[in-house]
Design a protein around this ligand. Structure first.
Ligand code: SF4
Ligand code: SF4
Length: 306
């Protein structure tokens, strides 16, 4: 078996839905896309400039000779209906949650690559662009990437390695039906301004926590029932039809469900926040109790939007 075949077998064993190999040349199309966004949305220029460090994999790891790119499918979890439309499914099924069964996948993959004799660095490249180059996912017009059999309910994970491997063929764009613009029409805040063009500083996923507070009233009034994140442009997408199968349980959500509803979040105290909410979303800075509560109050007023 070749090293490339052994890497793909390892990825399947770890639980990834797909694995491909990409070369390490600079992601010039990603650089061009960032510059285009800076030109179109100068008010969000800093957000895009921060991403420029991912353009050249060899600048991150001069010894790297290939990128291993894997697809984690999270569209298999029985997310409680009470949370759908309020918290993005990606965050509810985030493998960074320590009780999520996928939590250890990247570590297992890295250890497996090291076990195959490779020098390895996790990440450091633009995930979605790397997925396209490695042939495992293609862009839809909503700017999410879609993988065979999974729709867009996926995360991309990547590792730079020092082994010379033949790259896979790149993936074509996802097959959006001709004339479809359901995602653009449904986007509550107008973040999807053209096919394949998303204005990050208008996206609810950014506005709920990363954006400086307070959010402009014009946008705040359009964020609806979302407390954290947003799934609207994925939920309305015909390419996602039948791609969420709910076959795996979510005990890490079920056991705290009564404290994650908008009403419970709006009323939570500091102790509940620290013991229940923060451990699930620990990458959001801890001093955000008031923001969680404000988002939850808005969500309660809006009702369920999707
Ligand atoms: S995630 Fe929501 S706000 Fe962001 S682009 Fe999609 S529909 Fe618009
Ligand atoms: S909603 Fe339509 S245009 Fe948007 S990504 Fe899905 S198929 Fe493509």
């Amino acid at each position: 078996m070749t090293l490339k075949a052994r890497i793909k077998a390892l990825a399947a064993e770890v639980g990834y839905a797909a694995c491909g190999i990409a070369g390490t040349e600079p992601f010039e199309e990603y650089r061009a896309a960032l510059r285009d966004r800076i030109h179109r949305f100068p008010e969000a220029a800093e957000l895009y400039r921060e991403l420029e460090g991912r353009v050249d994999p060899r600048a991150v790891a001069p010894w790297a000779r290939a990128i291993v790119v894997c697809v984690r499918r999270y569209g298999k979890y029985a997310v409680p209906e009470e949370l759908v439309g309020h918290i993005g499914r990606n965050y509810l099924c985030d493998r960074r949650i320590k009780d999520c069964p996928d939590h250890a996948m990247p570590k297992k993959m890295k250890a497996g690559l090291v076990g195959l004799g490779a020098r390895v660095k996790t990440g450091g490249v633009p995930g979605r662009a790397a997925a396209v180059r490695a042939g495992v996912a293609g862009f839809g017009r909503n700017n999410f990437v879609y993988a065979e059999g999974c729709g867009s309910w996926i995360n991309i994970e990547s590792w730079l390695i020092d082994a010379e491997l033949e790259p896979d063929l790149p993936a074509p764009p996802a097959p959006c039906p001709e004339g479809c613009q359901a995602c653009r029409n449904a986007c509550p805040t107008g973040a999807l301004q053209a096919p394949y063009v998303m204005c990050q500083d208008r996206c609810i996923a950014y506005l709920t926590f990363e954006a400086p507070a307070p959010v402009a009233p014009e946008l705040w009034g359009r964020m609806g029932a979302w407390v954290y994140g947003c799934d609207v442009c994925q939920q309305v997408c015909p390419m996602n039809k039948g791609k969420w199968d709910r076959r795996e349980p979510t005990p890490w959500l079920d056991e705290v469900l009564d404290r994650l509803t908008p009403a419970a979040l709006a009323a939570m105290d500091q102790e509940t926040y620290e013991k229940v909410v923060y451990p699930l979303f620990g990458y959001i800075p801890k001093d955000n109790l008031a923001r969680w509560q404000a988002n939850a109050r808005r969500a309660m007023e809006a009702g369920k939007s999707v």
